[in-house]
Design a protein around this ligand. Structure first.
Ligand code: NAD
Length: 323
């Protein structure tokens, strides 16, 4: 059985991906240091054929190699889905070493082991953060110059560059997925979870970072995983780069605050901050072009608003234990 390795395998996107890969009948090896991911996210896969997991810090190359050795012997590693990263953008602004380690060095080491185990494809979870703040310009994959405004975006861009070079040197194939905010469960971070936590702590007030005018595109994780699999199956080149997202221009933070308030604590007063950025490195609005992926034949089922509505229901159920 060919094995698909997922780095950052106990994270939010990864556990959604693992389920779909197992559905396809491939073996999955999930690797995570549990710095943000959670061991209990692996519980639903415990009884499933072909699922294995290992707690390992992927910046430790010796430990990374050891974690892969049984899989390499079992059936060979065909695909590596590289999802490990620091997903907390403000944490990386406060300490750039976090993004260097968790985002770039995990990529660097993943490419070393990909060569050693002769992996056929590397799939990389990149980000719209590599584009920086391009205002109202439509962001397509070939736009430039690329000037990320967060360390997170900088280390994702550096990772892409390293992957591109590996395709030239030894890697047979790579797919790069650049996606914006992804929502759904299990939620580990993000604006919706933050609002739900705040409202449960103080049900009469919701404090919002920034003035609420930030507008962003949101993609539901179920759509994202379908897009990743679609690109993996259909993308034509050795090195493929795709924006993945909804085709609408997004939804304002103000609307998200109202949706969560109405769902969790309808009488709460919403208090906005000042400025259009939630934090340093936050891109207040962007127009994302997903035409390349549409031409390949895929578009999401849910637009930004529908993705947010579905995710809020799922996150409230996750946090309260009630459907
Ligand atoms: N969720 C989003 O909105 C979004 C948007 C764009 C890109 N991405 C990217 O998609 C990927 C998955 O994101 P997510 O939202 O599931 O994040 P997540 O934080 O839930 O998952 C990342 C996982 O990587 C693990 N990890 C970090 N450093 C590690 C290390 N040194 N060794 C082993 N594991 C390590 C963490 O423990 C975590 O489980 C990430 O690369 C992220 O940057 C996410």
């Amino acid at each position: 059985m060919a094995i698909h390795v997922i780095t950052g395998g106990a994270g939010f996107v990864a556990v959604n991906l693992a389920g779909r890969l197992l559905d396809r009948g491939v073996g999955v090896l999930a690797l995570d240091d549990l710095s943000r991911g959670r061991r209990d996210y692996w519980e639903p896969f415990a009884g499933r054929d072909g699922f294995r997991s290992e707690v390992v810090d992927l910046t430790d190359l010796t430990a990374f190699r050891a974690a892969l050795a049984p899989a390499a012997e079992r059936g060979g590693v065909s695909d590596i889905w590289h999802l490990a990263a620091n997903s907390d953008i403000p944490a990386g602004i406060a300490d750039p070493a976090i993004d260097l380690r968790q985002t770039f060095m995990t990529t660097f080491n993943t490419l070393i082991v990909a060569k050693e185990v002769s992996a056929q494809v590397l799939h990389f979870a990149s980000s719209s953060a590599i584009y920086g703040d391009l205002g109202e310009q439509a962001i397509h994959e070939d736009i430039g110059p690329l000037e990320p405004i967060s360390n997170y975006g900088a280390m994702k861009l550096a990772s892409e560059a390293q992957i591109r070079a590996a395709v030239e040197a030894h890697l047979p194939r790579a797919n790069v997925f650049r996606f914006p905010n992804v929502v759904g469960v299990p939620a580990t971070h993000g604006v919706m979870l933050d609002f739900v936590h705040k409202l449960r702590a103080t049900p009469d007030t919701l404090d919002v970072l920034g003035d609420g005018s930030q507008r962003k595109a949101y993609l539901h994780v179920e759509d994202l995983v379908e897009a990743m699999l679609f690109i993996a199956d259909k993308a034509p080149a050795r090195y493929n780069v795709y924006n993945v997202g909804p085709s609408d221009e997004g939804i304002h933070v103000r609307e998200i605050a109202e949706i969560v308030r109405d769902r969790v604590s309808p009488a709460a007063r919403i208090r906005y901050g000042t400025g259009s950025r939630g934090w340093i490195g936050d891109v207040p609005r962007f127009r994302y072009s997903t035409e390349r992926l549409a031409r390949l034949g895929w578009s999401p089922r849910l637009d930004s608003r529908a993705a947010v509505l579905r995710a809020v229901d799922q996150i409230v159920a996750q946090e309260t234990g009630r459907p």
